[in-house]
Design a protein around this ligand. Structure first.
Ligand SMILES: *Cc1c(COP(=O)(O)O)cnc(C)c1O
Length: 401
């Protein structure tokens, strides 16, 4: 106890709310998932074989599109996307400031320039008005990001894109299973990139995919993942042929059957996991409704949120300390909070190579100072949520005003 009769914060040597850290995200793997991986290890194909095909078919069905091309990461998926679109030197691609750096990095890898748009302060989704200010004759594409799992305003982003003849692409890495006006993410933009990194909705360890309804686009992505070769090993084995041609310059972005088998098994859990993520988010919403120290993000009408992340904004005038101190105190209590994201234009590389800096995207910059991501993953328990809320109340009692 402190001299004010409050429990001593763990950061000051008091007992923590939890002894073992609750992570902000974590994969959930069951026996059936493990058996699926073992079955591949006992099969003749370890990479780009039948499991990859089966995963692609299941993912395309989930995303409500014709084609899915599985690759080695979400970053590889984004890279396939900008390559398939023919983005190159002299081109500009508009991306939101509030995203993981990979969304912008792939544009740079193509020799093009990422142009950062600001976000809506309530939802932290790309603001179509800011996009409208950023587009111009060099704009070839806009990559929308469904931040935290909530689809952005695709109809307004599309209008802006059409006004300059740019394509709409999506970084859907947060949003597998989300819908907007009944349409699943993966089928809304011309092409969508997904990640199957361990913390995402479906875990492969590392993995990703591009979904699209455009057969030529899917073929270009498929070729780019395999060096730019016009066929893969499985096809050549089936055709009994050794011939191939190099029709494009690609990379090795292939994913293994081992990973794809895990992904396919995980995809089977997705409906229940989405329900669970939404139920956990609702628990947070309810438990934090009267908490004066923070506010959850706003919701757009007409969307089904996939809740990759549960993000809150600290109301900083209610605290005697800054976000960094709250972060450290919560971590000390055993709550693995995180921050998504440092606005990408403020990262050193973008400041040094593109001359970007503070003032470019004020809403993203202001929001960043107050952001905290609370733990959320489908195999988290109701007691885990209660621990997060207890820790927030405990830390607020010491640091709030
Ligand atoms: C995870 C993520 C990526 C990158 O995916 P990897 O599989 O880690 O390469 C890209 N964009 C966003 C928004 C992400 O969350």
């Amino acid at each position: 106890m402190t001299d004010r009769g409050l429990p001593e914060l763990a950061v000051n040597g008091g007992p923590p709310v939890r002894e073992v850290m609750l992570p902000y995200a974590r994969q959930c793997v069951d026996e059936a998932d493990i058996a699926a991986v073992v079955a591949v290890l006992q099969s003749p194909w370890l990479t780009t074989g039948p499991a990859v095909r089966a995963f692609e078919e299941a993912l395309a069905a989930t995303a409500g599109v014709e084609y899915a091309v599985a690759v080695s990461s979400g970053t590889a998926a984004l890279h396939c996307m900008v390559h398939a679109l023919g983005i190159g030197p002299g081109d500009e691609v508009v991306v939101p400031a509030m995203t993981f750096s990979a969304t912008a990095n792939v544009v740079v890898h193509q020799g093009a320039t990422p142009v950062f748009a600001d976000v809506d302060p309530e939802t932290l989704l790309m603001d179509p008005d800011s996009v409208a200010q950023r587009v111009g004759p060099r704009t070839r594409a806009i990559i929308a990001v469904d931040y935290a799992g909530q689809p952005c305003d695709y109809s307004r982003v599309s209008e802006v894109a059409q006004s300059v003849g740019a394509a709409v692409m999506a970084d859907g890495c947060h949003a597998l299973g989300a819908t907007a006006d009944g349409r699943p993410v993966g089928s809304i933009a011309h092409a969508t990139a997904f990640s199957f990194h361990a913390v995402k909705h479906v875990a492969m360890g590392e993995g990703g995919a591009v979904t699209t309804a455009d057969p030529a686009f899917a073929a270009a992505a498929r070729s780019f993942r395999n060096h730019g070769i016009d066929s893969d090993h499985l096809q050549r084995a089936r055709d009994g042929s050794w011939r191939y041609d190099l029709v494009d310059l690609g990379l090795n972005y292939r994913v293994t059957d081992i990973q794809a088998a895990l992904g396919l098994a995980q995809l089977g859990h997705l409906p229940q996991w989405l329900d669970r993520r939404r139920a956990l988010a609702l628990k947070y919403d309810e438990a934090l409704a009267d908490f004066v120290g923070l506010s959850p993000l706003g919701h757009r009408p007409g969307v089904e949120h996939a809740y990759h992340l549960y993000v809150v904004r600290l109301l900083l005038d209610r605290w005697k300390v800054d976000r960094a101190a709250v972060f450290v105190a919560l971590r000390a209590e055993g709550i693995g909070v995180n921050v998504h994201y440092i606005p990408v234009h403020l990262l050193s590389y973008y400041q040094e190579h593109f001359g970007y800096g503070e003032g470019l995207c004020p809403h993203a910059e202001t929001a960043y100072e107050s952001l905290l991501t609370l733990p959320l993953f489908p195999c988290m328990t109701d007691d885990d949520v209660a621990d997060v809320v207890s820790a927030l109340i405990k830390v607020y009692a010491a640091y709030g005003r």
